[in-house]
Design a protein around this ligand. Structure first.
Ligand SMILES: [Zn+2]
Ligand SMILES: [Zn+2]
Ligand SMILES: [Zn+2]
Length: 119
């Protein structure tokens, strides 16, 4: 009996995050308060960006929000602990990372419609 190689299933490789003037916790040129530590995988191209404005600046196509049917996609990256949350987990998180408890920016709520279609 041999186990398939699985280095550490608890820690998936951290995706590369795209954006302008990123810091270590995925803050960017546009959103750089202490709370702006998440990155979002874009439904249009599958790449993680720090924010939609970074996507606007760097991608050659318009942003497309995740459909409501995609809420179990792990599209949110906590820039603090690099844990990936599903959209559903993020929306239910109470603006805290469920893994490391780092606070997220509650004002992101005002931008949800750019990233996620309402369920
Ligand atoms: Zn894109
Ligand atoms: Zn940005
Ligand atoms: Zn975290």
């Amino acid at each position: 009996m041999t186990q398939p190689p699985s280095p550490n299933p608890e820690i998936p490789p951290s995706p590369q995050v795209h954006g302008l003037q990123l810091d270590q916790q995925t803050r960017c040129l546009h959103y750089h308060s202490t709370l702006d530590i998440i990155a979002i995988q874009m439904a249009c191209c599958g790449l993680f960006y720090a924010c939609k404005d970074c996507h606007d600046a760097l991608a050659d196509h318009p942003i497309r929000p995740w459909p409501a049917s995609a809420q179990d996609t792990p599209a949110i990256l906590c820039g603090h602990c690099r844990h990936q949350l599903t959209i559903r987990q993020y929306l239910a998180s109470g603006n805290r990372c469920p893994h490391c408890n780092a606070p997220f920016n509650p004002a992101c709520r005002n931008h949800y419609h750019f990233y996620f279609e309402a369920p």
